[in-house]
Ligand binder design. Structure first.
Ligand code: 2P0
Length: 331
C-alpha cells in the first residue's frame, strides 16, 4: 500500500465509506508570503520548512462530488467534460484513489475555478483543498480542519494552506507520517491588504514546481541556508502581521521570494523563471518605492509578479500597472 494511503487509513480509522448524495465544497487559492520550496518526503509532500500564505477569498475552486453510476471517474472542469487521460482528470483520480472504497467505485467530480487561470494564481492548491472537503462531506466523516489540511497536502503541498481564510501557517512537522504537518489560520485580520496579479506571460512553465524543488534540494549548494532563512522570515512576518506593519510585511515577502528565486538559479541545471518583463516590473516597483509608494511584490514558480499593497494606494498602483487584477483577501 502506498505511504499516502496508509496515512489516509490512519486518519480515517473507524470511519465509514458510505457515499451520500452530492457534496459541495469551496476552497480559496493562496499565495505564499514565506515560500515552500523543497520536500523532506516526496510521497507525502512533506516540506523541509514551514511556510505562511494569504488566502485569496473569492478566488478559488468550487467542487461537487458524488458517486458515479458506474466504475471509472467522470470529471468536468468549468462545465466541460474532460477525457480521463487529461492531466487534470488524472491528478484528480489519483487523489481520489486515496479515498476510493472499492475498485469499481467511480466518482463524478465537477470542478469550477473562480481563480482566472490566466491570472497567474495557481488553482491546484484550492482544487485539492476543495476536493478533500468534498470527500469529507460525501462520506460524512466530519474531519477536523487539521485532518483536512493533511489530506489536501497529499494532493499538493500548497493545498494544505487552502483550508482556511486569512493568513495561514503550514507547520513543517517532524513526524515521518506527517501527521504533525498541517496548516492553520493565524488569529489576525488585515482588511486593507491587497494582492495584485500582474500577468506578464501565461505560457506553461518550463519546469514544474514539483520537479524544480526536488532539483534544488538535490543540487543547490546553498539549499542548506534556506531552512534558517525561512525560520527568520517566518518570525519576522508573524511580528509584522501582529503589529500590522505593512512595510515590514512587504520587505519579508519580497526578500523571501527573491531568495527562493536565487536558490532556483543556483540549481543544476539552473531554473530561471524571470523573463525580461519580470525584471522590468521589479525595477518599476523599486523605483515607485523609492518615490514613496508602499508597494512590494512576491513571485512564485513562474515569470508573473504579485503585488502587495494597501487599499489606500490602489489607484496609484493601477496607474503603474493598468492590467493588474486586484484581490482583497479579507473581503
Ligand atoms: C508556495 N510553490 O509556497 C511555493 C512557492 C511554488 C513557489 O507551493 O509538489 O504545487 O504539489 O507539493 O504545492 C508550488 O508547489 O507542489 C508551491 P507539490 P506545489 O506556494
Amino acid at each position: 500500500m502506498s505511504a499516502a494511503r496508509q496515512v489516509v487509513q490512519r486518519i480515517l480509522a473507524g470511519r465509514e465509506f458510505q457515499a451520500n448524495g452530492t457534496a459541495k465544497a469551496y476552497a480559496p487559492a493562496n499565495i505564499a508570503l514565506v515560500k515552500y520550496w523543497g520536500k523532506r518526503d516526496e510521497a507525502l509532500n512533506l516540506p523541509v520548512t514551514g511556510s505562511l500564505s494569504i488566502s485569496l477569498g473569492p478566488l478559488g475552486s468550487h467542487v461537487e462530488l458524488a458517486r458515479a453510476e458506474s466504475a471509472g471517474d467522470r470529471v468536468w472542469l468549468n462545465g466541460q467534460p474532460l477525457p480521463a487521460d487529461s492531466s487534470f482528470a488524472r491528478r484528480a483520480s489519483a487523489f481520489l484513489d486515496l479515498f476510493r472504497p472499492a475498485k469499481d467505485f467511480g466518482f463524478a467530480l465537477k470542478a469550477r475555478n473562480t481563480v482566472p487561470t490566466a491570472a497567474g494564481f495557481a488553482s491546484s492548491a484550492s482544487g485539492f483543498a476543495a476536493l478533500a472537503k468534498a470527500a469529507d462531506g460525501l462520506f460524512g466523516w466530519g474531519l477536523a480542519a487539521r485532518e483536512l489540511s493533511i489530506l489536501a497536502r497529499l494532493g499538493s503541498g500548497s493545498a494544505a494552506r487552502s483550508l482556511a481564510d486569512g493568513f495561514v501557517e503550514w507547520q513543517a512537522g517532524t513526524a515521518a507520517d506527517g501527521l504533525d504537518s498541517f496548516a492553520e489560520r493565524l488569529d489576525a485580520e488585515w482588511p486593507e491588504l491587497r494582492v495584485g496579479a500582474v500577468v506578464l506571460c501565461s505560457d506553461e512553465k518550463p519546469v514544474g514546481s514539483r520537479e524544480g524543488m526536488k532539483r534544488s534540494v538535490e543540487t543547490c549548494e546553498f539549499y542548506r541556508e534556506w531552512p534558517g532563512r525561512v525560520a527568520r522570515d517566518l518570525a519576522a512576518l508573524k511580528t509584522a502581521i501582529a503589529k500590522k506593519n505593512f512595510a515590514a510585511l512587504g520587505e519579508v515577502a519580497e526578500g523571501n521570494a527573491l531568495a527562493m528565486h536565487a536558490l532556483m538559479a543556483a540549481t543544476l541545471p539552473p531554473i530561471v523563471y524571470a523573463l525580461p518583463e519580470t525584471v522590468a516590473a521589479m525595477r518599476t516597483i523599486w523605483t515607485a518605492r523609492e518615490a514613496g509608494l508602499a508597494l512590494w511584490f512576491t513571485m512564485d514558480a513562474g515569470p508573473n509578479v504579485k503585488l502587495l499593497f494597501e487599499a489606500k494606494d490602489e489607484s496609484r498602483v493601477r496607474e503603474i500597472f493598468p492590467a493588474v487584477e486586484v484581490v482583497a483577501p479579507f473581503g
